[in-house]
Design a protein around this ligand. Sequence first.
Ligand SMILES: Nc1nc2c(ncn2[C@@H]2O[C@H](COP(=O)(O)OP(=O)(O)OP(=O)(O)O)[C@@H](O)[C@H]2O)c(=O)[nH]1
Ligand SMILES: [Mg+2]
Length: 442
Amino acid sequence: MFDHLSNSLQKTFKNLRGYGKLSEKNVTDALREIRLALLEADVHFQVVKDFIRQVKEKALGQEVLASVSPGQQFTKCVQDELTELLGRDHKAFDLSANPTMIMMLGLHGAGKTTTTGKLAAKFSRAGRKVLLVACDIRRPAAVEQLNVLAGQVGVDVVNPNPGESVPELGMRARDRAMTQGYNLVIFDTGGRFQVDDELVRELEELRDMVNPQNTVLVVDAAMGQESVNVAQTFHERVNLTGLILTKLDGDARGGAALSIQSVVGVPIHLVGVGEKTEDLEDFHPDRLASRILGMGDVVTLVEKAQDMVDETSMAKMEKQLLKGDLNFEDMLSQMQQMKKLGPIDKLMEMMPGMPQVSAEERQRMADQGKVQSRRFEAIILSMTPKERRKPHVINAKRKQRIARGAGTRVKDVNDLIKQFNQAKKMTKKLKKQQKKLLRFSK
Ligand SMILES: Nc1nc2c(ncn2[C@@H]2O[C@H](COP(=O)(O)OP(=O)(O)OP(=O)(O)O)[C@@H](O)[C@H]2O)c(=O)[nH]1
Ligand SMILES: [Mg+2]
């Protein structure tokens, strides 16, 4: 979503790094470019104005102009301000009550129901007993949609009875949560095309009945400026505690994500980055800032790996790697674990330097990578167990047989072996480094 903004900002920084010393004019010019980039990304004009003023104050102060690498210092200034703009720290839901109540609100199609399913998955993975409540009583399809999601995730749902009002349903769900030991109750409310009195009244009645600790607005980030207005109106009328931005995977310009926190004044808890249940990420202002500035988001990448990849095979792999004798079985299981992390192009977005590569290019690289890893997998599967465990036995004759079995050419087998040897060299290096570290720590 931030591709364009990210590219413009990085271009500006790159130009600045060329200077050994920065003049006031250099800074002013750079700020003008940043201002334009932010406006182009559809960031609220007042937000842009304040942002530029803040960066200017800091940048023209002693630290930047007089520093050894002023270009880098300037980049750091922008990064700090961007983090500040996005809300500084990650703010989680208030989960202190038992049961905790979360009420989801938002316009039609914002992603309330989908996000309710994602939250149910996230919190049940974390060991909470989750109950969902289908409060969209006007649309039978909405109730059905929530039940399908709940079924996939494996959590319970309270459905509306005929003739029951939303507050009555809310009350019944709350009682059930209390008596049956649920820790977390999520109310999926119905949407509207706009914020009107009837919607506000319905939400207020439900809120007053269940007293949620979290009143969360789900906002479609692809709506740009409009989504900021919507959030402001909701906040004025029903008092929000937090926001969830959805569809951050789209190609909209991202201005909403950058303005909404500072305009509305409530934190963004989470962001939706796709339609699937696992496409939900904690919102960390510092990580997004560094992603936008092209520095990648390694922390999220590692967390994702920890969340999705199973620990025992990781531990086994680590041990194998440190032993320094990698074989094709390890390589195969590594490839299979990688697949669990999701589409490669999405992962690439989080790697340092990668945001500079355009989305299409990333997609192309990912497709190429997929074809190659599928081919490599077929080749390894076509080896005998002995060949997999003792790669050095693979001679020219065996290569021919393996290639035939995998439906590829000998050249592909050679490519795989070349990659394998490189990986093996790496693991040997790692092993040496680890020994050194151990010696130092003694
Ligand atoms: N790409 C993408 N699509 C999303 C995301 N979140 C939701 N969607 C899609 O947005 C559409 C609407 O989502 P819903 O969850 O049904 O929206 P809702 O707010 O419940 O809508 P109503 O019940 O009509 O008020 C669906 O097609 C979802 O798959 C996201 O983070 N990324
Ligand atoms: Mg819905």
